[in-house]
Structure formats: structure tokens, C-alpha cells
Design a binder for this molecule. Sequence first.
Ligand code: GDP
Length: 742
Amino acid sequence: MLKTGYGGSGDGSSPLKLFTNAKKKINSIYGDIGKYVGDFEKFTEKVKTSEEKELIEKDLDDHIVTCLQKVSGIRDMLLRDHMKVVFFGRTSNGKSTVINAMLCDKILPSGLGHTTNCFLSIEGCKDKDGAYLLCAGSDEKRNVQSVSQLGHALSQESMSNDSLIRIMWPKNKCTLLKHEVVLVDSPGIDVTEDMDNWIDQYCLDADVFVLVANAESTLMLAEKKFFHKVNTRLSKPNIFILNNRWDASAAEPELMEQVRAQHLKRGISFLADELGVVSAQQAEDRVFFVSAKEALNARLQKLRGMPESGGALAEGFKARLLEFCTFEHNFEECISRSATRTKFHQHTQGAQSIVDSFTEYASNLLDKASNMKAECDGCNEEVELKIAFIEKNIKLLTAQVKEAITRLVEETEFQVRQAMSDEIRRLSLLVDEFDKPFHQNQMVLQVYKDELYRHVEEVLGRNLATRCSASLKIQINLSKERMVKEAQPLFDCKSNGNETQLQIPESTFEVSYDINCSNLCSDFREDIEFKFSLGFRCLINRFIGGRRPLAVSDSPVPRPLPTSQEMTPRQSDGTSMEDVAWGIAAGYIKTKGKNSASLALGVVMVPYALYKTVGWRILVFGVASYGALYLYERLTWTSRAQEKALKRQFVEHASEKLDLVTSFTSSNCSHQVQQELSTGFAQICHKVDEINKELRAESEDLKSKSDRLAALQSELKTLRNKAHFLSSDIGGFVANYLKMDL
Ligand code: GDP
């Protein structure tokens, strides 16, 4: 039940709280939206400086800027939002008195001599500022301390009836002002014909209109006309009709009910039928019979701690006061809901559209980031497969190539050994081809020998090259081609996708046989002194046995390389062990030949025995033949014969030496082939390794990109969830403040 002291009794249960709470809430929602858009902006700025900048499109930047401006604009607007009630009625109907009663204070001057001749608004201001006036077109604050001062100030102003004076009154003094209600008093509706101008200037943002009528008369045409005009400009304006001065009816109690019923009927008919702003039933709650004067006095009395009635209790005072309170309650409910709805409905829609747009942006970005991550992970999987493929196949390829190289190396060794053996066998022919002039003079002979070595070296090298090099080159190239072909699939794994043919530099490989004849034959000592074939020494030598003939090595292939000692069969002084043995043997024979008496006896006794046996003729013939043979051999021991002997000795010597180095040369050649192929394969491995490195780097890049995208996804999910949370907050606001039943 309403208490008669409603207007001045605190604001614990005031319906006006709906507006202030709604304002606070929508303001906080906009605050959250502003923060959210700020977070979104930070997120986009961060992404724009990262490698994923393609995620952010230009329109998002523009949208963020627009929304931030919009949010800030709406928050400013919210600060200025208030509830507005405009009081209309003919002059002296008691508009100012009603306003004062509602504010529980004599703020507006009323009564005779204080007719309001312009619009006056009463707004709350900060308590510390105190009361002041703001006149139309001026920002100058004019302090007023009392009603009389205000009345005096207002009477000083020569204002047109459509101008406005704003009275700023400390909020804490009045509950309505505290709840951001702005009350506007108008000049008497009967003083102007220019109602349209009034409506344009002061009524379009009004939440409630209060028509202060005089209960002692009926609604005048001017009053009705004004509200008809308002009704055409605003959709279903909230109008209250206060039949003021109802205390006067107490003087005629017998007519009171009849007059009340008549006024009520006309009021309801005006609101429901003529204007159509409410139903007839609702209209009953919009028409009141009050005495503003009594209400004001009662409240002032109460504030002073005096009885509300002021001592003399007029007839029906309590009922009128209660009805005034009922009016106030209905008015507060109506203005609060209406203002909340009209003021915040649009803001709610604006907030929802901002939040929806960011929900969409966050979802789209999330989809985009998810697609990019999936693509990135797919690429990385592909790259990792390539790496695994390369690592597995390079091992297989290495094993294959190793085997192939070993095979070719063995083949080369065999081929070169075979070729050298053949050449050694043909060495005498090769030496015979040498036809440089020969002379037994030591110096000329040395030149001859040097030339011979060079000739052998050249021709032998050429022959070996002809026999082996071409086929070796072909086999090497074939092996290389095979390597390249086998490695091509690995090369095809190249990360940049530009698959090209694997190439290794063209080989200019030539097998070097490295037969240094001069070195090999440095110990060669020719023996071209004349030796009679039936001479005593020759016979003895023949009797003991000739020098061991040089044998062509027939050792099987492969065989171990000669050791360094074997490679230098001559000792440092140029005498072989064999020669030393022969020397000792010859010395022994010589010693035996000189010192043995029996041998000397034999030498004398043999011719004597022959003489006795065959006779002197045969002996002379024998001696003559012996001498002739000696002469023949001595005469035929020409330079040509000496050259032949030298060549024969050289062939024997060189064959033996070459035979000794065959193994070494063939190993050397096979080693060269091995080197060549290994180098080629190493080049391939190097290139494959580079590809592998590239792929690993690419995989690392893709992994870190995927991680970054995962982080972005999580941030975007948070942003999307925040948008959903804001959206439900707005939904809650709509349900709590905008969809309430009246
Ligand atoms: P306005 O011109 O419409 O603002 O009217 P005022 O508020 O200035 O009031 C004009 C005169 O009517 C003043 O003398 C008031 O005291 C008086 N008045 C206002 N309300 C009532 C009321 O309810 N009963 C009586 N008897 N007089 C009132």
C-alpha cells in the first residue's frame, strides 16, 4: 500500500530504479563491448605483424575502428540519457505546484505574479555545484539560493515562450532528480498558437506528458488540440491527466462524485477513444484527482517535522494525498519503463549488432586459421614422409653403390693386370720398334737408354690406355648414370616443388697408369762386352748353369700389392742379393781355377791326351776351327749386335720389373676408379643431403607455423566465446529491462 509521503520518502523501492539500473547495466555492457573490441584490435595488430597476416582483411580493421567510435559515441550518449516528463496545461492550473510537490520542495515559484512565460527544466546536478540557472544560448552559470531568488531571476529574463531556462538543482535534494528525471514546465498552453514548434523543441524526446487540468472546469479545446498534435508526431505518447485543485470539490461534497465520474469519463474517452494511446481500462490508471497544493504543503510540513495536514484537516485531504502518491507511483513506473524501452532499445540493438559482427569475424577467422593449420599439418606430413623416404633410400642406395663400386674396382684391377701382362709379353716387340742411333760410348749410350725408357713408358702407357681407358670410362659413366637414375627419386623430393633433373658435373676422368720406366730401370746395367761363346769363362758359366731367366709373373688376380721392399728390389748401392750370390760363386770358381793344381794339370793333360788319341792333324784342325770361330764371333760383335744384346737385356730386366709393379699399377688404377665413383656418389649424397636439410628446415617452419596457428585458434575461440558471453548478457538485459510487462 502506498504511503501518503511517497514523493519525499527515500527511494528504496522506487520504480525509477529500473531506468537507472538499466542505464548502469547497458553502460557496463558497452564498457565490456569496448574492451572486447579493444582486445580484438590488439589481436589483429598482433596477427598483422606475424607471418599469418593474410588472415586479417582490410575490412576488419575498418570495422574495428567504426565500432570503437560507435561504442564511445553511445557511451557518451548514455551519460546524457535521462527520463523526461513535460507538464502541460493552461496557465495557473498548478503545473509549477505539481512539480514542486513531486520534488518535495518549492523550487519553481508559483502563484500570482509568477506565471511561467517560457519553458523551465529542472535537472539534477552535482551537490557541490549548488543550484544554478543556465539560460538559453548561454553557458553562464547563475547561482540561485532560494525560490524568491529564482523567481526574481526569472522575472528579470525577457524570454520568448519557446525558449528554455535550465534550473540545475542538487540531485540529493530530490529523489526524482537523483534518478535522472528531468521535469519540464511549460508556459500555459493557452498562451501560444505555435504548438508545433513546442513539440519539435521539447516534446519529441519526452517519455511522459502530464496534462495538469483544472478540476473545476472541463478539458479545454486548446489542451486537447495540443495532445492531438503530439499524438501525430509520437507513437503512443504516455499521457497522464491530473485534475488538479480537487480540494476545491470538498466545498461541494454532494456534487463531488458526479463531477469526478464526469471528468474521469471524459479523460478516459480522450485518452482511449480520441487519442487511442491506451485502452479504456489502462486509461483509468492515467486520470487522477489531486490537490498539488495540499500535497506540496503536506510534504513540506513533514520535512519540517510537523503534521502533514498542517493542523486543519480539510475534507478528503488524505484521499487526495493518497491519489497524488498513486499518480506519482504510476508515473514513475510508466516513465521508467518507457524511458528504458525507448532509450535503450536502440542501444541494445546496436550492441547486439556489434557483438554479432565480431562473433562472425571470430568464427570466420577461426575457420580460416583451422583450414590453414590443417593445410600446414598436411604439408608437414608430406615433408616428413619425404624425409623418411630419403633417409631410408639413401641407405639402400649407398649399399647398392658400394657394391657396384667394389665390382667395378675388381673388374678394373683385373682388366689392368691382364693388359699389363699382355704388354709385358709384347715388350720385346715394343723395344725392337725403338730405332734411335746406338753407340757404345758411355755418354751416347746413356742418352740412348733414357730415350728407350721414355719410348717404353710412352708406348706402354698408350697401349694400356687404348686397351683399358675407353672401356673404363664407359663403365664409369654408366655407373654414374645408374647412380643418378637411382638417386633421382630422392632429388624429386625437393622442397620447392620445382623438380629438375639431378645433375653431377661432367667427368673428365682419365686413368693414369703411372709407369715410370726410368725409375723402374734405374738399376739396369747392360753388359755389351765381347764374350767368346766357347771361351773358358762362358764354358765354366755354362757348365755351372746360366743366370736364372726372368719369369713373367703368373700370379693369380687379385694378388696383394708389392711391399715397399719388393717395390725396390735393388739395394742402395745398386747390387742385388742375387748378384752378390753370383759374385761369390764366380769368385769361388776363379779361386778354384787358379789355385787348383789338379785343374792345371787337367788343362795340360787334356790336349796331350787328345793329341795321343786323335793325332796332330785333327788337333790342328780343331785349334784352327776354334780360332776361326773366335775370329768370326769377334768380327760379328758389331754395334748392331751390341744394341740387340742391350735390348734383349733390357727386355729381360724391364719385364721382371714391370711384372713386379703390375699388381701395384692395377691397384692404383682401380683405386682411381674407386675415387672417381666415390667422388661422384659423394656429390649426389651432398645434393641429397642439401635437399634433406631443406626439407627439415621446411618441416620446422611448418611445425612452428602450425603451433602459431594453434595459438591463434585458441585466442580466436576465446574471442568467440567472449562474444557469445556478451550476446547472452545483452539477451539478459533485454529480458530484464525491455520485455517486461507493463
Ligand atoms: P501554473 O501557472 O500552472 O504553473 O500554476 P501555479 O502552480 O503557479 O499555480 C497557480 C495558483 O494555483 C497558485 O496560487 C497555486 O497556489 C494555486 N494552486 C495550485 N494548485 C492548487 C491546488 O491544488 N489547489 C488550490 N486550491 N490551489 C492551487
